[in-house]
Design a protein around this ligand. Structure first.
Ligand SMILES: [Fe+2]
Length: 379
């Protein structure tokens, strides 16, 4: 078993101001990779730039990353950073800028275009990345993954290599407080999906399972309070930690069937990643449950369910019911048809999900037909 995590994790309210000191460990000129507006609007961009300047690190801002970063976002970002002579990367925002930064960092040391690395692992490590998440979901600050949309082929490419694990993750829950309820719910359900998919994964180890269970416990306690009141600091703190823990868990186990199935929904219908996972999670878990009921019993306990006096089977059912209940309480949409998915596309979605590769990590390996049936059941 292999266990991976970022070498340095800085955690706590106000810690975003440590970015300058951290960046100065690696270079003198940073490229700040971020989204198109919210970081600037929230004032966090100014805090980061001023911390970098105080530490003697100049900064070029690449704020062209949209939601679901594209191959073009990454290729252009690498060219921008090269032109500006950058030697360290600061990535701040949701999963999209963090994933784009990983692609950019990899291109800066290895050259070429991002599509060159879809099947070939890069030889060199990425330029050092300092990741500052402003959402509590993807856990990208802790992972060896980057999901980049290839708009020419309508697929989400998964880059997966140790060389893109950020060197530093800075977790400041105060900068997640402005996240609106929908985003809090969707990204939080993504984190819950990571934690559960890692726990039931065929590659789960004692170390990853410890992180998964604690993430499940924290999310069960704090996701709904964070959705209902974004200013709830304890809930925000719990969620940011949980997303990190779940990220650390999937960094070593990969994700499984839910992620295989959510990726084509994003590529074809632009359904936000967390929402797609939220719609799929309980149904896919009911499909998985008979293959590892003991693990589902553990999940029920972590979610705060009372399993005393229940058989393993009954307790495993309680876990799936608890997952469905939390998805329900977020208020997120439940049906694919509500997000523009058309029934005639389901066979293509199933084929793409099967080809996505994460199904082999699932405790129950599905056929294309079974994947189709799951899509249809939430259509
Ligand atoms: Fe995810």
């Amino acid at each position: 078993m292999v266990f991976r995590s970022p070498p340095t994790i800085i955690y706590g309210k106000g810690t975003v101001t440590s970015v300058g000191e951290q960046a100065a460990r690696f270079g003198k000129r940073a490229v700040l990779v971020c989204g198109k507006g919210s970081l600037r609007k929230s004032g966090v961009l100014d805090i980061i730039v001023s911390s970098l300047e105080k530490a003697g690190v100049s900064c070029a801002v690449y704020d062209r990353v949209g939601s679901d970063p594209t191959t073009s976002d990454v290729d252009k970002g690498a060219a921008f950073a090269k032109e500006n002579g950058c030697d360290v990367i600061v990535a701040a925002g949701g999963g999209s800028p963090l994933d784009a930064a990983k692609g950019i960092g990899m291109l800066l040391t290895n050259g070429g275009k991002v599509t060159d690395y879809e099947k070939t692992a890069p030889e060199k490590e990425s330029l050092p990345i300092i990741a500052i998440p402003t959402t509590a979901g993807t856990g990208s600050e802790a992972t060896r993954y980057s999901v980049i949309t290839d708009t020419d082929r309508n697929i989400k490419m998964l880059l997966s290599t140790d060389g893109i694990i950020p060197k530093v993750a800075i977790l400041d829950f105060a900068i997640t407080k402005s996240l609106p309820p929908f985003m809090t719910a969707a990204t939080g359900m993504d984190a819950l999906t990571h934690a559960i998919e890692s726990y039931i994964n065929v590659n789960a180890s004692p170390m990853t399972k410890m992180y998964s269970l604690e993430a499940i416990r924290l999310i069960s306690k704090s996701l709904i309070p964070a959705v209902l009141d974004g200013r709830n600091e304890q809930a925000r703190e719990d969620m940011l930690l949980a997303a990190l823990y779940a990220g650390i868990a999937i960094c070593s186990t990969p994700t499984a069937l839910v992620h295989s199935m959510s990726r084509p929904l994003g590529a074809w219908f632009h359904i936000p990643h967390g929402l797609a996972n939220a719609m799929l999670l309980s149904t896919v878990m009911e499909y998985n449950r008979p293959s590892c009921p003991e693990k589902f019993r553990d999940i029920a306990i972590a979610m705060g369910e009372n399993v005393e006096g229940l058989s393993v089977r009954e307790a495993s059912i309680a876990a799936v019911e608890a997952i469905a209940a939390i998805a329900d309480e977020t208020g997120l949409p439940k049906l694919l048809s509500s997000q523009g998915v058309t029934e005639d596309k389901i066979p293509t979605l199933a084929k793409d999900a099967f080809a996505a590769g994460s199904t082999a990590n699932n405790p129950r390996v599905p056929t294309v037909e079974e994947i189709e049936t799951i899509y249809k059941s939430i259509f």
